[in-house]
Design a protein around this ligand. Structure first.
Ligand SMILES: [Zn+2]
Length: 72
């Protein structure tokens, strides 16, 4: 049986073109910048590193809370 995951498909890659961060259109991701890629349906959402840190920290908080509820 495959191991299930709560973490949806995510990757870090480098932007091939400049574009806006999808969490905040005032954040510009420049060509060559690292960015967080998150699967969204058939496509990907891309976030700048500042937003990626916020997203990861928020989700870690959620997972820690869940872990405590499981009383491990
Ligand atoms: Zn951003």
């Amino acid at each position: 049986m495959a191991t299930k995951s709560l973490v949806i498909r995510v990757e870090i890659d480098q932007a091939k073109h400049s574009h806006d961060c999808q969490a905040n259109n005032r954040h510009r991701i420049k060509m060559g910048d690292s960015r967080l890629k998150v699967r969204n349906g058939r496509s990907w959402d891309h976030y700048c590193i500042a937003c990626a840190v916020t997203i990861v920290q928020r989700d870690l908080g959620k997972l820690h809370h869940l872990e405590r509820q499981l009383d491990l």
